[in-house]
Ligand binder design. Structure first.
Ligand code: ASP
Ligand code: MG
Length: 421
């Protein structure tokens, strides 16, 4: 059994839905579990619905939701012939569920409502794909993943209950493959034991695909994207970026850790644990080789470049020029934890601590404010954190030309430099 994950860009129009179905049909004879994201930018649009609802702007929330309904209804109208009515009925059931909620007043916290509302993007798109595949004579079963992936109630960043999830996957999905060739379900979402919807964190569908492959002992996972393969850098910024055909799990974990937006960072572990290879392929050019990520050690890798913009450097300086002691360091780290913010780079000197963060401005302001009790705080914004894996002097010289380096850290594999333009 293969697991395929299709992201939002692969189903953002009628033609793209058709293209996705064609790819699936080209694997006829295989058993496939298809994990699907919300169409195009639907998740962002749903976030606006949540914000309006939670601010008490009910009319705005309903209007924004109407727009999304229309997008999806238009899509099925132009996509399907015989299954159109069936698809519409299913969509309308989901619409009703959300509209009921939008007519209420918020009494629980933001994250709870976020998950109850945002989860519908994947329900809509998966039901469209499933109805279309069925119309194309593919033996397809649609599944509500909320009956399968069980999580805790940490809304917006839920943790999977692996025991329940694996057992349910095996008892409900494995027998389905006797009758069906394709099972279509949703990425990114799950449910608590109280049947409340949860989400696994933005861009979490890659992770869902890995969870399925692990739970069902899949042969492989393929993530279909709008790029030819994993590249050594963002080709929009670095024209010299090259395609990488093979990467090890460990390399990808490192890349994701430094901020490369290749694959959701949680995706690798469930695959690595069971030695299930992960392919990244282009849905626009499915015949291209793409990238294989597996246990095999990657050799001769080119310098891999990860650029994180909008960084802020904070200096926490001892107030009286004395050495920074352990206690204030612990207190500072406790503060990071409570604000839920993690440094991307850290360096200590005798009298100051340097920490670089993504500039989530509200959190940063809160941190800077709170830390003044312990330290003198200085802050510089608009910096770039450049990471080069498998660096060479040439790459460093080229990428730092004309920039001021404020902080640098080097190991044998990796160099990181915090830079001002
Ligand atoms: N639709 C969700 C998002 O946009 C999940 C995903 O695409 O993986 O974050
Ligand atoms: Mg996506």
């Amino acid at each position: 059994m293969k697991v395929f994950k299709f992201g939002g860009a692969s189903i953002n129009s009628v033609d793209r839905f058709k293209n996705t179905a064609k790819i699936i049909q080209s694997f006829t004879g295989e058993k496939m579990l298809i994990v699907i994201s919300a169409m195009g930018k639907t998740t962002n649009a749903l976030e606006s619905v949540v914000n309006a609802f939670f601010d008490g702007r009910k009319e705005d929330a309903l209007l924004l939701f109407d727009q999304l309904k229309k997008n999806h209804l238009d899509t099925i109208k132009y996509l399907m012939v015989s299954n159109w009515q069936q698809a519409e009925n299913q969509l309308k059931e989901f619409f009703t569920e959300i509209e009921w909620l939008l007519h209420d007043k918020p009494i629980r916290n933001y994250d709870y409502y976020y998950d109850q509302i945002v989860c519908c993007g994947e329900l809509f798109s998966s039901s469209i794909l499933s109805n279309y595949l069925e119309e194309q004579q593919v033996k397809t079963k649609w599944l509500d993943v909320r009956d399968i992936i069980r999580t805790d109630d940490h809304f917006r960043d839920a943790t999977i209950d692996w025991d329940f999830t694996k057992t349910t996957m095996q008892s409900t999905i494995t027998p389905l493959f006797d009758e069906y060739d394709v099972v279509v379900t949703q990425g990114f979402i799950g449910s608590t034991d109280a049947n409340e919807s949860t989400t696994l964190g933005r861009e979490g569908s890659d992770y869902s695909a890995a969870v399925f492959a692990n739970g069902l002992n899949g042969n492989s996972v393929t993530i279909w994207k709008d790029v030819d393969a994993v590249m050594s850098a963002d080709p929009k910024k670095y024209p010299d970026a090259t395609i990488i055909h093979a990467l090890s799990f460990t390399e990808v974990i490192e890349m994701a850790y430094y901020g490369a937006q290749v694959i959701h960072p949680k995706t690798i572990k469930p695959l690595q644990n069971k030695n299930i290879p992960l392919f990244v392929k282009s849905f626009l050019a499915p015949n291209l080789e793409g990238t294989k990520i597996s246990r095999e050690i990657s050799k001769n890798l080119p310098p891999i470049i990860v650029n994180k913009e909008k960084q802020v450097l904070i200096q926490f300086k001892s107030k009286d020029f004395s050495f920074v002691e352990d206690k204030p360091i612990h207190q500072l780290h406790a503060l990071f934890n409570s604000i839920r913010i993690k440094p991307n780079l850290s360096q200590n000197t005798a009298i100051s601590l340097l920490r670089c963060f993504d500039d989530h401005s509200e959190k940063i302001d809160l941190l800077a404010q709170a830390a003044t009790e312990l330290f003198d705080v200085e802050l510089e914004r608009n910096l770039t954190l450049l990471t080069i894996r498998h660096y060479n002097e040439n790459a460093i010289a080229q990428l730092t030309k004309g920039k001021k380096i404020l902080l640098e850290q080097k190991t044998t594999d990796t160099v990181q430099m915090l830079m001002r333009e």
